[in-house]
Design a protein around this ligand. Structure first.
Ligand SMILES: Nc1ncnc2c1ncn2[C@@H]1O[C@H](COP(=O)(O)OP(=O)(O)OP(=O)(O)O)[C@@H](O)[C@H]1O
Length: 335
């Protein structure tokens, strides 16, 4: 399960307004990818382009040999069956209970009997922890439950690709952690390719295998989590660590005077790279790589204290833990 999405030289404009240009990246089959970027950089537009709701001006999005950007309506209809989509608010029909909301794609797109539909709906409701809430209306449940119901609905057609737009918007930190764990568990169970758009820096540090950053009308960087989390590239470093010092300003880019004023400012050290969330059953996901492997293979020294339990809290542990962490990454321990 899970398929690659190969994006090449993708450009999107609305009229004369360039949203992003020449975006190229591959979302690897079965991996969890996160797309970041300041507000308005076109992350939602990218999701909509990947699923063929918006046509790019140039470039291709190839899934299973079909280019979404140029294929026929019939091919697009077929390819869309590979997708599950979770919109920001869960996009539930307000007058339908959760059971009917989750059953909706099965009733619309398949000829399954009501007893088969029931089996599938209940299986997905169980996966997202909503057994017992089937007959509640969307307006009667919390935002977190609505997201989980939206996720159950996105899963009913057994998608190979899950597109998820800002799952944490409106959720408190605890519920965000629950939904992050749910993504990791679902990825382990389904091996689907995940693309999540989020602003939540903590989620970015512990959930994805791959991270991308859209900035100033282009893809600033895309790659393995350890690449971005150890990067000194100013935009990546500033965004991933939520710093005010760096090229990103309040509205868009900082001007030359603002950047000159920051020239001699010392940046805080990069925080340690956290361990990725493990599936709840303790069995690693198929596409999960051992901590530190990317750094080791690419000769990159991770920030001190990386890949330890403390690293999740941004604490660079000294002594033994640091030595262990660097040993994991295959580089000499820091004395
Ligand atoms: N259908 C449309 N027609 C014209 N402009 C659009 C359309 N959809 C999006 N835009 C513009 O594209 C830009 C990017 O919007 P988008 O919603 O993708 O940003 P985003 O990065 O997801 O932002 P946020 O993080 O705030 O959700 C915005 O300037 C928006 O106004």
């Amino acid at each position: 399960m899970g398929v690659d999405i190969k994006i090449e030289h993708l450009t999107k404009k609305f009229g004369s307004q360039l949203i992003w240009g020449d975006v190229s990246l591959t979302l690897p089959a079965g991996e969890i990818c996160v797309m970041l970027g300041p507000s308005g950089t076109g992350k939602s537009v990218l999701l909509k382009t990947i699923i063929g709701l918006l046509k790019p001006d140039q470039g291709s999005v190839v899934i299973e040999g079909v280019d979404i950007a140029s294929c026929s309506e019939k091919d697009l209809y077929e390819i869309r069956k590979l997708f599950g989509v979770l919109f920001q608010d869960g996009a539930m029909f307000g007058s339908m209970n959760l059971y009917d909301n989750v059953a909706f794609p099965l009733r619309e797109h398949t000829r399954k009997s009501e007893s088969d539909i029931k089996k599938i709906v209940m299986e997905k409701m169980e996966m997202v922890g909503l057994i017992g809430a089937e007959y509640k209306l969307p307006g009667e449940i919390s935002g977190g439950m609505r997201k989980r119901a939206g996720l159950a609905r996105a899963l009913v057609l057994d998608p190979e690709i899950l597109l998820i737009d800002e799952p944490d918007s409106g959720l408190d930190p605890v519920r965000t952690s629950f939904i992050n764990q749910l993504f990791v568990d679902l990825n382990a169970q389904t091996d689907a390719t995940f693309l999540i758009v989020t602003h939540d820096i903590h989620s970015v540090r512990v959930v994805p295998d791959q991270i991308g950053l859209l900035y100033h009308k282009h893809l600033a960087m895309f790659g393995h989590r350890e690449k971005l989390l150890s990067s000194d590239e100013p935009v990546v470093r500033q965004f991933l660590n939520a710093q005010t010092v760096g090229p990103i300003g309040m509205s868009e880019e900082k001007d030359a005077d603002e950047l000159a004023a920051e020239k001699d400012m010392e940046l805080p050290p990069l925080p340690p790279i956290a361990l990725q969330l493990e599936p709840s059953n303790g069995i690693p996901r198929k596409r999960q790589r051992p901590p530190g492997e990317w750094c080791r293979e690419n000769g990159v020294v991770p920030p001190p204290g990386s890949f330890t339990a403390d690293a999740e809290h941004g604490v660079a542990s000294a002594g033994v833990a640091t030595a262990e962490a660097t040993a994991v990454a295959g580089v000499p321990p820091i004395q």
